[in-house]
Design a protein around this ligand. Structure first.
Ligand code: ME8
Length: 647
């Protein structure tokens, strides 16, 4: 064993299903972890999910389920995070969920430790407050300066909150960033120093009282720990820091590297080391901030459809091809433009033409000319073999230098240089000509041996990227040795190596046809989308408390200064007009509605909108059509008299 190696990916927000951009970092981390294992390290590869915070609480509310049920579905459910990592052949050693009990308890202890040492203190967080909604908002959350929930005026307010003394660590963090290799690539250091450190680091608000889905501050009811503190410490709680669930902190901390996307470099290279400094803990050896996969020049999102669905891409192209494409096509430290054209051309060029052809031609010729095994006695190499043998022998060192710099694209380029050279070697030596005369058979055997040995070394070095493909190639070479120590040595295969034929590793893809098929797949199945059903049940008695009535529109007007609201005067059968305001001006002109019989729920508490009272709510049907939200008021038979109760 060479030693211990600890590598992590960011833990994902299970707020929606993951897309190919999320898969990128985890595939890269997996390739690195497999490479280190190949080298002989004792590797711990951590991944997981970051399950707390307002975003999750809101999404769960929208879906009508508890936050725990919401995250359980996305993490554990069919097609969820765990399934995706299984599909992508991700060899993680540990999976942490921030809702795991041991982690929650550990975060409470960690928060208290920083409170006790004086680095967390109670202060006031200033923001905006909407009284009727009892909600705290930051300036940037407001819509047109109003409450984003109800559209009402907000007022300046203060909230008690805990703060972390980030400012205290500014000089040490700057020194860490500027004078060590802690953060790479170097361009990210300039971003951090110029954008965040030079303008002055302010203390960080590390607790919230405006929502509850988080780790409770156990010594102050109502406060939950800021989600990033909860999330960042996963890297240590998953090894047993402040808990008894695990016990390998001494072996694996400090981490060798955290791989993180560029937008979260700030959290990992400023806030994370500052908190570790506060607790006098060793810092991770490296944070590497990778670039984004872009789609049409913009950031990817699941709403862009099936083109970014890793399940669909893996199903159509194969898991290894997809893994390979991600790391072969884009420099890890910079952004890259994802496209189906690039994916298909990478598979066709590198995998079908270069690697696939090399393997299938070589194995097929060995079988055709010599049967199951090559002859036992072989000639010495000739001068014309030297270049290929030299390149194959020196490949491991070149590859290693690139892998150590996380330059996956360059490491793969080195391997493919040798693969190309080997294909050229076939043409130079024309085995089919050598095969024609018996006396050239010893030379033919040598040529094929050199090719098989080159394939062995290349496939061995491709293992971290395409584990199943490498295994398949090893089987074709009679169960070839592909251990790290064998990969810088030429001549490891026995002379009488037994080869095994197989189907094409990567069949060539018909570009036009495939692009058309993907285009078809990326069209939404139906133009109509409906809201997900609420799973939470409501009991019958509670339901019956809703007072639905038929109401007839006597008058309807636009509300001044509002482009959303319509003001209805309604006959509700009581003899007194009822006023309801409804945010549907986008969908109806007032005059269209006069005289119609609608449905209203009438026993909601009155609320004020734009200074006018609204007594109830009109019922409408909503759906999305071709991505656009549609709304129709429920209109009923004119024969139904105003005030009739609906039940
Ligand atoms: O940030 N290309 O979670 P997350 C490349 N929970 N990488 C991408 C990407 C794209 N198009 N889209 C997303 C979080 N990512 C936090 C992490 S760690 C203590 C907490 C990457 O699910 C993104 O850059 O929003 C990030 O590194 C990772 O996916 C998880 O993103």
């Amino acid at each position: 064993m060479k030693g211990n190696y600890y590598i992590t990916t960011p833990i994902y927000y299970p707020s929606a299903k993951l897309h190919i951009g999320h898969t990128y970092c985890t595939v890269a981390t997996d390739a690195m972890a497999r490479y280190k294992r190949l080298q002989g390290y004792n590797v711990k590869f951590l991944t997981g999910t970051d399950e707390h915070g307002q975003k999750i609480e809101d999404k769960a509310k929208e879906a009508g389920v508890t936050p725990q049920k919401f995250v359980d579905d996305i993490v554990l459910g069919e097609g969820g995070v765990l399934d995706l990592w299984k599909l992508m052949n991700i060899s993680y050693d540990r999976f942490i969920r921030t809702t795991d009990d041991y982690h929650v308890a550990a975060i409470q202890k960690i928060f208290k430790k920083m409170y006790d040492n004086g680095d967390i203190y109670k202060g006031k967080y200033t923001g905006k407050y909407c009284k009727p909604c009892e909600s705290f908002w930051t300036e940037s959350q407001l819509i047109d300066g109003k409450c984003p929930d109800c559209g009402r005026e907000v007022q300046d307010a203060e909230e008690e909150a805990y703060f972390f003394r980030l400012s205290k660590y500014a000089d040490r963090i700057r020194d860490l960033l500027e004078n060590t290799d802690f953060l790479e690539p170097r361009s990210r250091v300039h971003e951090m120093v110029n954008n965040f450190i030079k303008p002055g680091l302010e203390d960080l608000c590390v607790s919230r009282t405006s929502f509850t889905w988080g780790v409770p501050v156990d010594f102050d009811e109502g406060h939950v720990v800021y989600v990033w503190i909860d999330a960042l410490f996963n890297y240590m709680t998953a090894l047993g820091f402040c808990n008894d669930k695990y016990n390998d902190l001494n072996e694996f901390w400090p981490a060798d590297v955290h791989f993180v996307g560029k937008e979260i470099v700030r959290f990992h290279s400023i806030i994370w080391p500052a908190m570790l400094m506060s607790l006098d803990l060793p810092l991770p050896k490296k944070v590497y901030g990778h670039g984004w996969l872009l789609l049409d020049g913009g950031k990817m999102s699941k709403s862009k459809g099936n083109v970014v669905d890793p399940y669909i891409l893996a199903q159509r192209f194969g898991v290894d091809a997809l893994r390979f494409f991600l790391l072969r096509s884009f420099p890890f430290g910079s952004d890259g433009n994802f496209s189906n054209e690039l994916l298909i051309s990478t598979i066709n060029t590198d995998l079908a033409n270069d690697l696939g052809n090399l393997v299938s031609r070589t194995v097929a010729m060995a079988q055709k000319y010599f049967g199951e095994k090559l002859p036992e006695n072989q000639l010495a190499n000739e001068e014309m073999d030297a270049e290929l043998v030299g390149l194959a022998t020196g490949l491991r060192d070149k590859y290693e230098a690139q892998m150590e710099a996380y330059a996956f694209q360059n490491a793969l380029a080195e391997v493919f240089k040798v693969i190309s050279r080997a294909n050229k070697y076939i043409d130079e030596n024309a085995p089919w000509v050598l095969a024609k005369s018996e006396e050239n058979h010893p030379r033919l055997a040598k040529v094929l041996y050199n090719l098989l040995e080159t394939v062995r070394i290349c496939a061995g070095l491709l293992t971290p990227f395409m584990p199943d493909t490498a295994k398949g190639i090893a089987a074709r070479l009679g169960g070839a040795e592909m251990g790290w120590e064998s990969l810088n040595t030429f001549g490891v295969l026995p002379c009488d190596v037994a080869t095994v034929n197989g189907a094409a590793l990567f069949p060539r893809i018909d570009v036009e046809k495939e692009l058309a098929a993907l285009e078809e797949l990326s069209k939404p199945k139906s133009d109509i989308e409906i809201e997900p059903y609420t799973e939470e049940k409501v009991d019958f008695d509670t339901f019956c408390k809703n007072d639905f009535r038929a109401v007839k529109v006597k008058d309807c007007q636009n509300v001044k200064k509002s482009d959303k609201l319509l003001q209805f005067t309604l006959d509700d059968g009581t003899g007194t007009d009822r006023q309801i305001l409804s945010g549907i001006a986008k969908y109806y002109k007032p005059e269209e509605l006069i005289g119609k019989t609608l449905v209203a729920i009438t026993n909601l508490p009155p609320r004020k909108m734009m200074g006018k009272e609204s007594c109830g709510m009109l019922i409408s049907a909503v759906h999305t059509e071709k991505g656009e939200e549609k709304l129709h008021l429920l209109m009923i038979d004119d024969a139904i008299p105003a005030g009739a109760k609906l039940c």
